[in-house]
Design a protein around this ligand. Structure first.
Ligand code: UT7
Length: 315
């Protein structure tokens, strides 16, 4: 089996910044509560932007950084639960917008906040069976569209954005060693499908999801290390899904991860679900904190329930 590496990342976020103070002015909440419970200070919400424009912006930036042209792409996956339309998929729209080849698979993948990891693993499998070497993986969400503004326990958490990675597949590179899992549950975290006459809005039992997350993260870290035959010390960088700063802090303490080896941008973007991991990766790459030779352990968890991890290297 050939392995994939990240060749370049990119991101695109809406212009409009919504602060905790903005939310406190319209509902019974406070900057103090949101910051201390979650680490979130601001998030972005779409106004003129759409899911498609965010995807295209992030994908173009990733292609430019990777130095790969759209014609070279062998498959395109958009991880999302908030595409503009169910049909055509966000990936098909991206095929048209970017001029990706027409003889490749382009499709959306639904695994909530673990979507980007499910998509990376799927892309590794697809490229192993493809004559083309490069793949485009996007994580994008417009969660402000499905936020329940009557529920202060969830509406303060979510933000909009998109991140993308161009990956390359080569003989001799190790697999990303993805470990992925699911447990069907429609009580703890739910975004209902198209309902007759109703709007589809997110609901979540936050405290119970928190408990699930703090168990899922170490499970993923341990399994990825086991599969890849690495130790915590072998890892150059840890990237965790940005759902709550406290969940990241617990993992950091458990594995004694030094400050220079992990990153949080939840203060700026909130929880952007499938976009959260590629948003982190693209900021890290831009800052020169990851790049060729970096070995990054990536962990995601979320609705479904879903969870997963992988050891991602940069080409
Ligand atoms: O990305 C997918 C995975 N998602 C996650 O991993 C999210 C995991 N869960 C969490 O991050 C946390 O559970 C939350 C941040 C969602 C909630 O934090 P919590 O510490 O579990 O708070 P809680 O829901 O137990 O609520 C505590 C109190 C309640 O008041 P009482 O009953 O103690 O009087 C809530 O009504 O805080 C109240 N509360 C708020 N107060 C001010 C809930 N939301 C707010 C709010 N502002 N926005």
């Amino acid at each position: 089996m050939k392995g994939i590496r990240i060749k370049g990342t990119g991101r695109c976020v809406p212009e409009r910044v919504v602060t905790n103070e903005d939310l406190a002015a319209r509902m019974d909440t406070s900057d103090e509560w949101i910051t201390s419970r979650t680490g979130i200070r601001r998030r972005r919400h779409c106004t003129a932007e759409t899911h498609s424009t965010l995807c295209a912006g992030a994908a173009r930036a990733a292609l430019a950084r990777a130095g790969v042209s759209p014609e070279e792409i062998g498959a395109c996956i958009v991880a999302t639960v908030t595409a503009d339309d169910l049909v055509p998929s966000a990936a098909c729209v991206l095929q048209r917008e970017l001029g990706l080849p027409q003889d490749i698979p382009c499709f959306d993948l639904s695994a909530a906040c673990t979507g980007f990891l499910f998509a990376l693993h799927t892309m590794e499998c697809l490229l192993n069976a493809s004559p083309r070497r490069f793949g485009l993986v996007v994580g994008a969400e417009v969660l402000s569209r499905v936020t329940n503004w009557e529920d202060r326990g969830t509406c303060v958490l979510f933000g909009d954005g998109a991140g993308a990675a161009v990956v390359e597949c080569r003989e001799g590179w190790p697999s990303i060693g993805a470990v992925l899992g699911c447990h069907g549950d429609d009580r703890l975290l739910r975004l209902p499908g198209v309902e007759r006459g109703g709007r589809s809005l997110i609901s979540m039992e936050g405290t119970r999801v928190f408990k699930f997350a703090v168990e899922a993260v170490p499970w993923c870290v341990d399994r990825v290390l086991e599969r890849t035959g690495r130790t915590v010390e072998d890892v150059d960088f840890f990237v965790f899904h940005q759902a709550n700063a406290r969940i990241i802090d617990l993992a950091v303490r458990k594995y004694h991860i030094p400050p220079e080896k992990y990153y949080k941008n939840i203060a700026e973007y909130g929880n952007t679900s499938a976009a959260s991991i590629p948003l982190v990766l693209s900021e890290l790459e831009e800052q020169g904190r990851v790049g060729p030779g970096s070995r990054t352990l990536v962990v995601g968890f979320g609705g479904g329930l879903t969870w997963g991890g992988a050891m991602v290297e940069f080409a």
